[in-house]
Design a protein around this ligand. Structure first.
Ligand SMILES: C[S@@+](CC[C@H](N)C(=O)[O-])C[C@H]1O[C@@H](n2cnc3c(N)ncnc32)[C@H](O)[C@@H]1O
Length: 212
């Protein structure tokens, strides 16, 4: 099922609320039947190498996963020994996560309005979050990174993982495939330590909070 919320001409004429409601309905339907059929061990080893080791995450750290969908990767990180919290807008995604992966805590919330105190997580993890599929220098994308980073403790790291073939392709009814330079421009613009890499079709980016 194609769940990417395409920015078609029809969608461009919708109000922001109508566009969000349409996206939520698609995801709710998708998650009701379990969502993506990930291979547990394939995802486990990929995230162990490209997220946990790359960013030096240590067992027991508090990780917030935003746009967690039905909680699959929140669960994966919990199995690796982290204290995990998952957040998504999708009612069905969160219901699935609570029912199938109950060892972590989940909230149905929007990433712009999170129910947490600032400065309380060792890492914030955003995987497949649509804010990073389009213009990375848009006010929306930049404010999203600034906002999500504000939930980090001093020295904490914001980690963003998203599909891209790095071609720079920007088709109107599809997600964009940003280049490494597009990601570099975005993450270098905050004046803090950052990293941009790519592995197996995914951009893997980090932005550190200054240590106190
Ligand atoms: C492509 S899915 C990725 C899900 C999961 N992270 C994964 O990789 O399987 C994007 C998710 O982002 C969620 N989402 C989109 N905009 C959001 C927002 N503003 N606040 C919270 N969740 C959002 C959607 O509900 C959807 O579950």
């Amino acid at each position: 099922m194609a769940v990417a919320v395409a920015r078609t001409q029809e969608q461009a004429s919708l109000t922001e609320n109508e566009r969000l409601a349409r996206g939520d309905a698609l995801y709710n339907e998708f998650y009701r039947t379990g969502g993506w059929k990930y291979s547990f061990w394939q995802e486990y080893w990929w995230h162990r190498r490209h997220v946990v080791k790359r960013f030096g995450l240590r067992r027991g750290m508090r990780i917030l996963e935003v746009a967690c969908g039905n909680g699959f990767h929140t669960h994966l990180l919990k199995r690796m020994g982290f204290e995990c919290t998952g957040v998504d807008r999708s009612r069905e995604g969160i219901a699935w996560a609570q029912g199938h992966y109950p060892r972590s805590t989940y909230y149905r919330a929007d990433i712009d309005d999170l129910p947490f105190a600032r400065g309380t997580f060792d890492a914030v993890f955003a995987r497949g979050c649509s804010r990073y599929h389009y213009d990375l220098m848009s006010v929306e994308a930049l404010e999203t990174t600034e906002n999500l980073s504000s939930y980090l403790k001093p020295g904490g790291v914001f980690i963003m993982v998203i599909v891209s073939d790095l071609s720079g392709r920007r088709e109107p009814d599809k997600v964009w495939h940003n280049t490494l330079d597009d990601y570099r421009r975005h993450f270098s613009s905050f004046g803090r330590k950052w990293s941009v890499d790519w592995a197996d079709g995914m951009a893997v980016c980090g932005l550190w909070n200054a240590a106190q």
